[in-house]
Structures are given as C-alpha cells and as structure tokens.
Design a binder for this molecule. Structure first.
Ligand code: HEC
Ligand code: HEC
Ligand code: HEC
Ligand code: HEC
Ligand code: HEC
Length: 496
C-alpha cells in the first residue's frame, strides 16, 4: 500500500489534530558527532527491524496451510473458510446488528424473517410522496450486512407478485458465479444474459447463498476479481469518458482501484435496459449525478409516472461509488476497503475485516478505520462525521420541502386547469430533475459523508430546480438550460 493517503500515516508530528496531510516544517539542528554515531547505530537497528517486519508480513500473507485446493467452481464459502478461517468467521458476522437498526417482527408465511430493519419511508414520509406510484413507496428499509442480502430481497414487498420483478435483481443479492455458470453452461456472460431475461421467482431458484468469497476473489490467487458483467461494461464506458480506451478491469485495474471496484459492482446507480432487462450502469457520460441524468434523458429512460403529478420520473439507487468518486477521500486514493474493511491484527496475521459494516459502529472500528490516517480520537471523528451528516440532513430537508411543494402544485394545477399544457410539461420536467437528485442523495448510504461538499451542492441545485418548476407553473420563464453545478472530479487511479 503506497497511496498518497497512506504515506501520511506516519506523520505523528503533523500540526492540527485532525489534518492527515503532512505538515512538518524544515528542521535546522546542530548535529554533534556523538549524535551521528547514535543515528548510524539506530538506523542499522531499524534496517534489521524493517527486514524482520517485512519477513513477518510475507508470512502473515499466508498464515494458513492451504488445506483445500480452491477452483473456479468452489462456490461454497464454508470451503474457502477451511483455508481462511479468520476471514470466514468475520464474514459470517455480517449477520449481526452492528448499528442498532434491527426491529423484531412477527414472522408470517409470506415473510418468515424474525427481524427487519428500520423503515426509511416511515422515518421520511416525504420519500413516500416522492415515489407515489412506485414499489419504493410501499417498502424500503435501512440496509444491513451482506449475509442478509438474499433473504431481504426475497421477502421485501417489492418482489411480491404484483411488482413482477425480473431475474436482474438477483445480480447484486446472491453469490453469482455459480448461477451464471449454471445458466450459461460455463459461459458467465451468457449466464448473465439468461438470468436478466428470467422472472425473479425463477431466477431465485438458482441461488444457493448470499454474497460470498468467490464474488470478490480469484480462487487460485486470492487476488481481487470483478465477477459482474454490468460493472465490467460500466467501468469500460466511464474510463472511455475519461479518454481511456478499451479498459478491461480485471487486466488494467491497480490493486488499489480494486479495493473500491469490488464494492462498486453493486453499490451504484443502475437500471434494466431493453427487452433483455440487462443490468446497466449509466456511466457513459461520467460519474456525476448530472452525467447520469443526461444519460437517462439521451436514452429516453423513465422508471415510472408519478401517480399524483403525472411526471415521467427516475428512481435513483444507492450511488455510493459514484458519490465517493466526487469526494476528498477518493481524490486522495482512499478506498471503500480502507474504511469499511480496515486491517486488524489477528495474532501474527494482518487481516482485512470481513465483517463489512459502518466504520462508525464502535470505538474499535473508528480506531482501525480512521485513526490510521487521522491523528485524532474516536469521539472527535464521531463528532466530525455527525457534523457533516447533520449539515447534509438540513440541506436534504430544504430540498425535500421544495420538491414536495412542486408535486403538490403540479397536481393542483393539473386538476383545476390553472396552468397550460406547456407550463405543466415544463414543471414536470423540473420535477424529474429535482426528484432524481433528491432521491440520489437520500438513497446514497453515506448520508453526505462520502462527498460532503458535492452532496450539498447537488441538493442546492435540486432545490433550485423544484422552485423553478413552481415558477414555470405560474408562467414565469426560467432558463431550463442549467449546466453541471460542480466540475467533474476524475477517478484517481491510485498506485500499485
Ligand atoms: C446493482 C446492484 C443491485 C441490483 C441490481 C439490485 N440491488 Fe438491491 N441493493 C443493492 C445494494 C448495494 C443494497 C444496499 C444498499 C442500500 O440499501 O441502499 C441493496 C439493498 C436492497 C434491499 C434492502 C434495503 C431496502 O431497499 O429495503 C432490498 C429489499 C433490495 N435491495 C431489493 C432489490 C430488488 C427488488 C431489486 C430488483 C428490482 C434489487 N434490489 C436490485 C444492490 C442492488
Ligand atoms: C465484498 C468483497 C469481498 C468478499 C465477499 C470477500 N472478500 Fe476477502 N478481501 C476483500 C478485500 C477488498 C480484501 C483486501 C485485498 C487487498 O487489498 O489486496 C480481501 C482480502 C482477503 C484476504 C487476504 C488477507 C486479508 O485479510 O487481507 C483473504 C485471505 C480473504 N480476503 C479471504 C476471503 C474469504 C475466505 C472470503 C469468504 C468467506 C472473502 N475473503 C470474502 C474483499 C472481499
Ligand atoms: C454482490 C453485491 C455487493 C457487493 C460486491 C458489495 N455489497 Fe455491500 N451490500 C450489498 C447489499 C445487497 C447490501 C444490503 C443487504 C441487506 O440489507 O439485506 C449491502 C450492504 C452493505 C453495507 C451495510 C452494512 C450494515 O451493517 O448496515 C455496507 C457497509 C456495505 N454493503 C459495504 C460494502 C463494501 C465496502 C463492499 C466492498 C468491499 C461491498 N459492500 C460489496 C451488496 C454488495
Ligand atoms: C473515508 C472513509 C470511507 C470511505 C473511503 C468509504 N466510506 Fe462508506 N461510509 C463511511 C462513513 C463514515 C459512513 C457513515 C456511517 C454511519 O453513518 O454510521 C459510511 C456509510 C456507508 C454505507 C452505509 C452503512 C450503514 O451502516 O448504513 C455504505 C453501504 C457505504 N458506506 C459504502 C461505501 C462504499 C461502497 C464505498 C466505496 C465506493 C465507501 N463506502 C467508501 C466511510 C467511508
Ligand atoms: C487512508 C487514509 C485515510 C483514512 C483511512 C481516512 N481518511 Fe479521512 N481524510 C484523509 C485525507 C488524505 C483527507 C484529505 C485531507 C486534506 O486534503 O486536507 C481526509 C479528509 C477527511 C475529512 C475532511 C472532509 C472534507 O470534505 O473536508 C474528514 C471529516 C475525514 N477525512 C474523516 C474520516 C473518517 C471519519 C474516516 C474513517 C471512517 C477517515 N476519514 C478515514 C485520509 C484518510
């Protein structure tokens, strides 16, 4: 690991407790001979120490005898667990409630789960209004650990018969290499195409486990590996937009990039394109919310017609990767795994925490996730994160209020005939824009943290669009031609 960010970790003398950047000034000192000798001896000792540590690290990389030979068809994570028991134990723990959002419920025949998570549409009722006429207005909960991904999708009301979901849903909620192999007879791209065209219920029959080792790792080398065709294609297009042609992620990505990309196979905005319901990431124009919106306008995509206002609108989904890509941590090469899978020491071994969760879960996680770079305390980090999230929440509140008002006004104007068809069309277009951005920021899981300034800036734009929509209903001309409010930040390539 030698990113710009991690290079700063040794700077214990940096001024300002929470600034990770190196701030050591020049040091002028008079050096007597005695000191020089001591330094020489110390550096010899240090060299020896470093060599020892290095050898140790080499050992730590494979502290376990490979008891099982893993192959491309070793799908079962328990088998991998025989070689890597620590990672396996941590991985199983993603079933735990780490941030107190589990809610006990009475299991039914339709939904045998004993616990749900807190409902996000009960705690934010304006989201129900935003999604009126779409499945998300019926059921949308807080996310929880990966062990739940398959069950939560199977039993959400959003996959109930009346919503007729395609097999495409399964791509991010189950261990897929086995499903692709089965459906494509060993050809994973063909398996992907076959899956997307199936019904959700038929597709589900092929799933045997939630997200597993083989979804992120090459079984022979244990290196990180991209297994999802939608990401391979999406990142190829995003790189092309940055001027990099023919990008093949498994061939061209650095290890540092892979520490983000394995997560970006799923934690992204997506839609189901065409008759084949192909899982597609809208990254042809780039990774900002405006790039994605422009893409949807270009291909003429609409997720649903708003039940009250009649506007043709979009539904945004967890754009965690895209939002991260516009933030200060991405700019410094800090990856998803740095914060969500921080290194822990387990005896002699250095292990990436496979209990993937919020880094703010407790003092230990904050210590290993943040304090490696930030010379601060757990309490202070907590305060900084809460500060960012509270400011984001207040911007979100303003945007939601504006969007809510626009929906109410369009609905009323359409009912009582106070606006012309032209005015209604203009206002509905503003709703489409404002709604996508509000939805995007609300559905993103960092609550503003992954890119603080960017998140607030896009919400400002959303509020302006919602208010412009209200003006349009009153016949006031406002320029519809608003460019991106923020310059695009290119994806860092990281090093190594
Ligand atoms: C591109 C990957 C991807 C696809 C495709 C996908 N999901 Fe998800 N889903 C995720 C991720 C990542 C999360 C966790 C983050 C979150 O909840 O925002 C999630 C969370 C969920 C949850 C738990 C939280 C909630 O929303 O209540 C449910 C249920 C769910 N998805 C259902 C579905 C259904 C139904 C489909 C198909 C219409 C689908 N998913 C397709 C990636 C995906
Ligand atoms: C969501 C993706 C993901 C899943 C699922 C996953 N890993 Fe990992 N794993 C990672 C990442 C990221 C790293 C860090 C790799 C790096 O930086 O080179 C890692 C590292 C490792 C390493 C190297 C030592 C270490 O801990 O850093 C081992 C061994 C490993 N994983 C085993 C497993 C096993 C066994 C499973 C299944 C029980 C598993 N992984 C599931 C993402 C994943
Ligand atoms: C195959 C798709 C997939 C991959 C790959 C993936 N995730 Fe997830 N992730 C999900 C889904 C789906 C959920 C929601 C599960 C649920 O709520 O039932 C989720 C939930 C989470 C959560 C919420 C946990 C909690 O306790 O609330 C975090 C954090 C997270 N993922 C981070 C990551 C990171 C970091 C990586 C990469 C190392 C990653 N994910 C890779 C699909 C994925
Ligand atoms: C600099 C550290 C950092 C990086 C890098 C980072 N995150 Fe986060 N992430 C956080 C923090 C802090 C939160 C807020 C946690 C909270 O509120 O409890 C968070 C929240 C989340 C959540 C919701 C967790 C929950 O329990 O609800 C998900 C999912 C997530 N991040 C995924 C990602 C993905 C995917 C990436 C990479 C594209 C990423 N994060 C990069 C620090 C980071
Ligand atoms: C690998 C190193 C690294 C890790 C891990 C890391 N950070 Fe950072 N963080 C940085 C760097 C570098 C900056 C940018 C500093 C600058 O340019 O002044 C930064 C900036 C920040 C900022 C200022 C954000 C802004 O937009 O101004 C906050 C807050 C922050 N980090 C919190 C966290 C938290 C919380 C965690 C753990 C969940 C964390 N960081 C983990 C390196 C890291």
């Amino acid at each position: 690991m030698s990113t710009e960010a991690t290079e700063t970790t040794g700077e214990t003398e940096a001024e300002g407790p929470e600034e990770p950047t190196a701030r050591t000034g020049p040091r002028r000192r008079w050096v007597p001979i005695a000191v020089l000798i001591v330094v020489a001896m110390a550096s010899a000792a240090l060299t020896w120490l470093l060599i020892t540590i290095f050898e140790h690290k080499q050992e730590a990389k494979s502290p376990f005898a490979q008891t099982v030979q893993l192959t491309d068809t070793t799908y079962d994570p328990a088998v991998w667990g025989e070689n890597f028991p620590i990672e396996y134990e941590q991985y199983k723990k993603t079933a735990e409630d780490t941030d107190g959002d589990f809610v006990k419920v009475d299991p039914t025949a339709d939904d045998p789960r004993e616990y749900h998570t807190i409902s996000r549409i009960d705690s934010e009722t304006r989201a129900q209004k935003m999604w009126r006429g779409y499945a998300f207005a019926v059921d949308y909960d807080e996310p929880r650990g990966h062990e739940w991904a398959l069950q939560d999708q199977r039993y959400t009301e959003r996959t109930a018969a009346r919503f007729k979901q395609p097999g495409t849903c399964l791509n991010c909620h189950a261990s897929m290499p086995q499903v692709y192999d089965e459906l494509g007879d060993g050809d994973r791209q063909a398996g992907f195409d076959a899956l997307n065209a199936m019904s959700y219920d038929d597709a589900y029959e092929h799933a045997s486990s939630s997200i597993a080792c083989i979804d992120c790792h090459d079984p022979q080398t244990m290196e990180l590996k991209i297994t999802r065709p939608a990401f391979m294609e999406g990142i190829r297009q995003a790189k092309a937009a940055e001027g990099i042609a023919d990008y093949d992620v498994n061939r061209d990505a650095t290890n540092q990039e892979m520490r983000t990309y394995v997560c970006a196979q799923c934690h992204v905005e997506y839609y189901f394109a065409g008759e084949g319901k192909t899982l597609t990431f809208p990254w042809k124009n780039g990774l900002t919310v405006y790039d994605e919106m422009n893409y949807y306008d270009e291909v003429g995509w609409t997720d649903f017609t708003h039940e009250e206002s009649g506007a043709p609108v979009l539904k945004a989904q967890h754009p965690d990767f895209e939002t991260w890509s516009q933030g200060i941590h991405a700019a410094n090469g800090v990856t998803c795994a740095d914060c969500h899978m921080s290194y822990n020491r387990e005896g002699a071994a250095k292990v990436s925490n496979h209990q993937i969760m919020s880094p703010m879960a407790n003092d230990d996680t904050i210590n290993s996730s943040c304090l490696t770079c930030h010379h601060s305390t757990a309490d202070e980090m907590r305060e900084r994160v809460e500060g960012i999230q509270n400011r984001w929440q207040s911007s979100l509140d303003v945007s939601f209020t504006a969007l809510d008002a626009l929906i109410t006004d369009i609905t009323a104007a359409a009912d009582d005939g106070t606006a012309t068809e032209e005015q209604l069309t203009a206002a509905r277009d503003y709703q489409r824009k404002a709604q996508f951005v509000v939805d995007y920021s609300f559905s993103e899981n960092g609550r503003g943290f992954h890119a603080p300034a960017y998140s607030i800036s896009i919400l400002n734009q959303a509020t302006d669009w919602a208010r412009s929509g209200q003006l349009a209903l009153r016949g006031v001309e406002v320029s519809n031609d608003v460019g991106p409010a923020v310059p695009e930040q290119h994806m860092p390539s990281g090093s190594k």
